[in-house]
Ligand binder design. Structure first.
Ligand SMILES: Cc1cc2nc3c(=O)[nH]c(=O)nc-3n(C[C@H](O)[C@H](O)[C@H](O)COP(=O)(O)O)c2cc1C
Length: 217
C-alpha cells in the first residue's frame, strides 16, 4: 500500500515528476485529519510531540483561529489554472515559497469550491502577485461574490504561460508552475508546484490584506 506521506488525493498526478518530488522531499508524516487513519495515531505511544501539539490545536474554535489569522499581513494573489478541465482563477493569500532548489511554491485552496478541482485536473497553476494599483478591484472580482466565474477573466489583461496557466500582465510577478504534488489537509487542498518560469512585472508597491481589509504599504 502507498505510504500515507505520499498520498496524492487530488486530480491526476500519477506522473513521474510527482513520484520524483515525493522521493526527493517526502511529505510530512501527517494525513487527512478527517480520515479514520488519523485518530489511531494519537493513541500510539510512539506518537510524536508535534502530532500531540496538533491534537491540542484542534480544540481551538475555528472563529478564534480566523480572528487570530486576520492579524497576518499578507500579499494578495490571483492563482489561476487552465487546461482540459477548464479555466479557473481565485484570489488567495495562502501562498508560500517552499524551496529554491528546485524553485517550489505552495498554494492552499478551499476544497469547498468544487471549481478548485480544476487545478488538480489541469496539473498547472500560476501565482500572480497583485500590485497596489488596480489590484483591489481584481482581487474582489476573483474572490467571487456577485462576479460570474466565467466573466472574471474579462477583467485585466491575460495571456497563457508555457504550462497553459493564465498570467496577468499587470502582476508584480507571475510564477508559472507545474503541479507536482497535492494533498488534502482538513478543509483545504495543498498544491505544491515546481516553478517552470518567473515573469517579472513592474517594480511597484504590492497590494496587502490585513485585518479583513485591503491595505497599501
Ligand atoms: C483577501 C482574500 C484572500 C483569500 N485567500 C484565499 C486562499 O488563500 N485560499 C482560498 O481557497 N480562498 C481564498 N479566498 C477566498 C476565495 O477568493 C473565494 O472567495 C472563494 O474560493 C469562493 O469563491 P468562488 O466563487 O471562486 O468559489 C480569499 C478571499 C479573499 C478576499
Amino acid at each position: 500500500m502507498e505510504p500515507e506521506s505520499m498520498a496524492i488525493p487530488f486530480g491526476r498526478l500519477g506522473n513521474r515528476r510527482a513520484a520524483t518530488a515525493a522521493r526527493v522531499a517526502p511529505a510530512l508524516p501527517i494525513c487527512d485529519a478527517g480520515s479514520d487513519a488519523f485518530r489511531p495515531r494519537f493513541q500510539d505511544p510512539g506518537v510524536t510531540a508535534s502530532l500531540q501539539r496538533a491534537a491540542i490545536a484542534m480544540t481551538i474554535e475555528p472563529k478564534a483561529f480566523r480572528d487570530a489569522m486576520s492579524r497576518f499581513a499578507s500579499a494578495v494573489h490571483i492563482v489561476t489554472t487552465d487546461g482540459a478541465a477548464g479555466r479557473r482563477g481565485v484570489t488567495a493569500t495562502a501562498v508560500l515559497g517552499v524551496s529554491d532548489r528546485p524553485a517550489t511554491l505552495l498554494v492552499c485552496l478551499n476544497a469547498a469550491s468544487a471549481a478548485n478541482e480544476r487545478f488538480g485536473a489541469n496539473g498547472n497553476f500560476a501565482v500572480n502577485v497583485l500590485a497596489a494599483e488596480r489590484g483591489e478591484s481584481l482581487a474582489r472580482i476573483f474572490a467571487g461574490g456577485d462576479a460570474d466565474p466565467a466573466e472574471r477573466f474579462a477583467h485585466g489583461t491575460w495571456s497563457a504561460a508555457a504550462t497553459g496557466a493564465p498570467l496577468l500582465a499587470d502582476a508584480l510577478v507571475g510564477f508559472d508552475c507545474r503541479l507536482v504534488e497535492a494533498r488534502r489537509i482538513a478543509t483545504h487542498h495543498l498544491l505544491i508546484g515546481e516553478v517552470e518560469a518567473v515573469h517579472e512585472g513592474a517594480d511597484a508597491p504590492p497590494l496587502l490584506y490585513h485585518a479583513r481589509g485591503y491595505r497599501l504599504l
